[in-house]
Design a protein around this ligand. Structure first.
Ligand code: UDP
Length: 328
């Protein structure tokens, strides 16, 4: 198949491109390189640098390239930034997706797999979280992703387009080749920040609060390997190609780990003492976020294989120790 990957130079996008190419698909990558990296684009992918808000550019790509389906990662994704600059998120995420959908409808492209987030739920009403649970985002990032899901739904009803929305929990780890990995600037995620300590780029890791109602007082999250996420996108494309109806799936491993457990595992993996300091809570952090991914397992046949936290952190460390400054 020929798959157009929007945002294919980013963290999860680049891993999905690697998996698609490994499985023999042809891949066209579009990325504006605002947060993505040219070096993360697989050498066998066709690459167009450009912005999905630019209708003429998106039309040009669809006119040049025959495409069976679209996988859409092109969005801003920092929770803190989304609260300080909400309109940036509405512009890139929501307006960008509107332009994309206009062009897809005009060119008769009717299948899209979408990179969504656990942030669409907001404060969970129960654990594990099910796809049918209420969606009340507590930040602009999650709100824009939810708006994008709704845009797919209504556009689908009017124009026959079908979508799969994949709501990820905590993406982490890196491709086993060691060629691509996580490289955000600024970095805000727990595992890459922890690994900055053994890399000599940070003296200690901050623990954002230790009085949550969890087993050791620190927040619990569901860490899922990026290669397992990539596999889910490919299964979702297949599901749509096989005639599946529009659908939404959680992607997590169903097991929660506390911040302290993650730090302890990183100490074991790296052999570094990794000093930690308890600091104040980060506003908007729910105590526990753990997914039920039963639906993805049953309907898509998804079977995440990198289930051990130690293995996940080892793969992240394999990338970070050799790329202390990311792709630079
Ligand atoms: N966290 C932390 N110290 C850090 C960064 C994150 O204690 O320097 C905590 C954060 O409060 C959350 C968990 O680690 O409970 C995972 O945070 P991350 O930003 O990686 O992902 P999120 O769950 O916010 O999407």
């Amino acid at each position: 198949m020929r798959i157009l990957v929007l945002g294919g130079a980013g963290y999860i996008g680049s891993h999905t491109v690697y998996e698609l190419i490994a499985r023999g698909d042809e891949v066209i990558v579009v990325d504006n390189l605002e947060t993505g990296h040219r070096e993360a684009v697989h050498k066998d992918a066709i690459f167009y640098e450009g912005d999905i808000r630019d209708r003429a550019f998106v039309d040009f790509v669809f006119e040049k390239q025959k495409v069976d389906a679209v996988i859409h990662f092109a969005a801003n994704s920092l929770v803190g930034e989304s609260m300080e600059n909400p309109l940036k998120y509405y512009d890139n995420n929501v307006c960008g997706t509107k332009v994309l959908l206009e062009s897809m409808v005009a060119h008769g492209i009717d299948k899209i797999v979408f990179s969504s987030t656990a942030a669409t739920y907001g404060e969970p009403e129960r654990i594990p979280i099910l796809e049918t649970d209420k969606t009340e985002p507590t930040n602009t990032y999650g709100e824009t992703k939810l708006s994008m899901e709704k845009m797919f739904k209504w556009t689908g009803r009017a124009h026959g387009l079908r979508f799969v929305s994949l709501r990820y929990f905590n993406a982490c780890g890196a491709d086993e080749t060691g060629c691509i990995g996580e490289a955000h600037a600024p970095e805000t995620h727990l595992i890459p920040l922890i690994l900055q300590v053994p890399n000599g780029k940070r003296d200690y890791i901050s623990i954002f609060g230790d009085t949550y109602p969890t087993k050791d007082g620190t927040c619990v999250r569901d860490y899922i390997h990026v290669t397992d996420l990539a596999a889910a996108h490919i299964l979702a494309v297949k599901y749509l190609v096989d005639g599946g109806e529009s659908n939404i799936f959680n992607l997590g491993n169903g097991v929660g780990f506390t911040v302290k457990e993650v730090i302890e595992t990183a100490r074991k993996v790296t052999g570094h003492e990794i000093p930690a300091k308890v600091e104040g809570i980060r506003a908007g952090d729910p105590a526990v976020l753990v997914a039920s991914s039963e639906k993805a397992r049953t309907v898509l046949g998804w079977n995440p294989v990198h289930n051990e936290l130690e293995e996940i952190i080892a793969s992240a460390w394999n990338w970070h120790k050799n790329h202390k400054d990311g792709y630079q």
